[in-house]
Ligand binder design. Structure first.
Ligand code: ZN
Ligand code: ZN
Length: 201
């Protein structure tokens, strides 16, 4: 079961993944409003806290949620290093996490941050700030932008069109909805120094 809570001043999406059979849950990106998040997972056993990446607008309630639940924190080591986050375990490309009857798989999709990851459930993917409807997440340099493009080509756009993408802010989309604009973008010439808040248009 996937629940989305939009929290904090940047309307960051915190996702709660609950296994209805075992009553175990995972909190992804406890961005703000710890009270609301904790209320939502009440009655479940929080197995893990995961970060899609360690930007400030995704970790505002991390300390409180971690302290209250005592659940171990998982993050990609590149973001742990880059942002100075002390994690309890690493999220590495290809890792599979299980809770109750459910499982998810980690895909490393660097670019928005060095340790950004996507978390794949069955046909649904939490993509963090790697891709939004209409474009990729913010890239801080042309190199970072090329990294995101490569990650999207090797990852997101190899998935079936019906795959649902749940971003770190705003509404969900699907691979099929994003594919035509992405492929058109790849066919067009683009400036070498392109980065920042890029859209496919
Ligand atoms: Zn971000
Ligand atoms: Zn964000």
């Amino acid at each position: 079961m996937l629940t989305k809570l939009a929290v904090g001043p940047y309307d960051t999406n915190c996702y709660l993944l609950t296994c209805p059979i075992s009553g175990e849950s995972i909190i992804v990106d406890p961005a703000a409003e710890a009270g609301r998040i904790l209320q939502e997972v009440e009655g479940t056993t929080v197995k893990h806290i995961l970060l899609t990446h360690a930007h400030l607008d995704h970790v505002g309630a991390l300390a409180e949620v971690r302290e209250t639940t005592g659940a171990p924190l998982g993050i990609h080591p590149a973001d742990a290093r880059h942002f100075g986050v002390e994690a309890d375990f690493n999220l590495a490309d290809g890792d599979v996490l299980e809770w109750g009857d459910c499982q998810l798989r980690v895909v490393h999709t660097p670019g928005h941050t060095p340790g950004s990851v996507c978390l794949i459930l069955d046909g649904r993917v939490l993509v963090g700030d790697t891709i939004f409807p209409g474009g990729p997440g913010h890239s801080a340099s042309p190199e970072a932008f090329e990294q995101i493009l490569a990650a999207l080509q090797k990852g997101v756009f190899t998935w079936p069109d019906e795959t649902e993408l749940y971003p770190g802010h705003g509404a969900a989309t699907t691979v099929g909805q994003e594919r035509p604009a992405f492929e058109a973008f790849l066919r067009k010439p683009r400036p070498d120094e392109l980065c920042g808040d890029v859209t496919w248009e």
